[in-house]
Design a protein around this ligand. Structure first.
Ligand SMILES: Nc1ncnc2c1ncn2[C@@H]1O[C@H](COP(=O)(O)OP(=O)(O)OP(=O)(O)O)[C@@H](O)[C@H]1O
Ligand SMILES: [Mg+2]
Length: 256
């Protein structure tokens, strides 16, 4: 279980003023929970994820993971305890091959079959990517999907994905949504937090957290919150979804 207690995060801007980005935020994410954090641009979603991962340190407040105060722990220490984070804009690693990156994430040399599975889950063909370098030659969407595959390989107790849909084509997004649905349905004690604006991801959530101006504005189940977010929940007669959910894209191969 992750507990955020009265988290405040402030930065000093160029003109010397103090800007409060996260404003006395308290939130609990229980085990086995699929949480989607959504809200307007600039609301503080990525900052919150970075605070949980230890990339940023809160100005005040405490972060507890499974009862342990991790507020002052480094990224590596948090990672060892089972917290994993996929950046909104992932880094590239010149000279590092995809296979090696997956091995590092898993903490062991992975058999080919496992690599194939992790890449297939994000809609990538292992034969075409395992020996590629994670450098500028990969497109933005490819790097994003490879990073998601590394988190799947790491298999953290708490996985935070920051806008996994960003830059990903419709076909791969379809595959990715299935992967998240499978993780959710496995219910094996892990928690998954997805920062997203996508209706198809939001509707998978056990709980939606609406973050605005660094505060939790509302939390609730999709049925309660989707109308607030401007979406119509599925299953209501005459419902018009704001994007297609049945894409019928099976003819287009996204795995090999
Ligand atoms: N180091 C910093 N210095 C100044 N402002 C910052 C800093 N880090 C974040 N911000 C500001 O804090 C706000 C929240 O940023 P954040 O990236 O967390 O938003 P977000 O909710 O993830 O938005 P998006 O939906 O666009 O990804 C933004 O206005 C951003 O410009
Ligand atoms: Mg963000």
């Amino acid at each position: 279980m992750l507990e955020l207690k009265n988290i405040v995060f402030e930065v000093r801007t160029e003109d010397g003023a103090i800007k409060r980005i996260i404003d006395d935020l308290s939130l609990t994410i229980p085990d086995d929970r699929f949480t989607v954090i959504t809200g307007p641009n600039g609301g503080g979603k990525s900052t919150l994820a970075k605070l949980i991962m230890g990339i940023e340190k809160p100005t005040s407040g405490r972060i507890l993971f499974n009862g342990e105060d991790i507020t002052d722990l480094s990224i590596t220490e948090r990672s060892k305890r089972g917290v994993g984070y996929g950046f909104q804009q992932p880094a590239r690693f010149k000279g590092m091959k995809v296979k090696k990156l997956l091995d590092i994430a898993a903490g062991k040399r992975l058999p080919m079959l496992a690599c194939n599975e992790y890449l297939a889950k994000v809609g990538l063909c292992s034969a075409a990517y395992l020996t590629r370098e994670v450098d500028k030659s990969l497109s933005g969407g490819e790097v994003k999907r490879i990073e998601i595959a590394t988190i799947l390989a790491r298999d953290p107790k708490l996985a935070i994905y920051d806008e996994p849909e960003a830059g990903i084509d419709l076909w791969s997004f379809d595959r990715l949504t299935e992967t998240f649905r499978d993780i959710h349905e496995a219910r094996d004690g892990r928690s998954i937090v997805i920062i997203s604006h996508q209706e198809r991801i939001i509707q998978l959530a056990d709980e939606i957290v609406l973050l605005r101006d660094g505060k939790v504005e509302r939390t609730g189940a999709p049925a309660d919150l989707m109308p607030v977010l401007g979406f119509t929940p599925k299953g209501i007669p005459g419902c018009q979804l704001s994007e297609p959910t049945e894409l019928h894209l099976t003819e287009i191969p996204t795995t090999c």
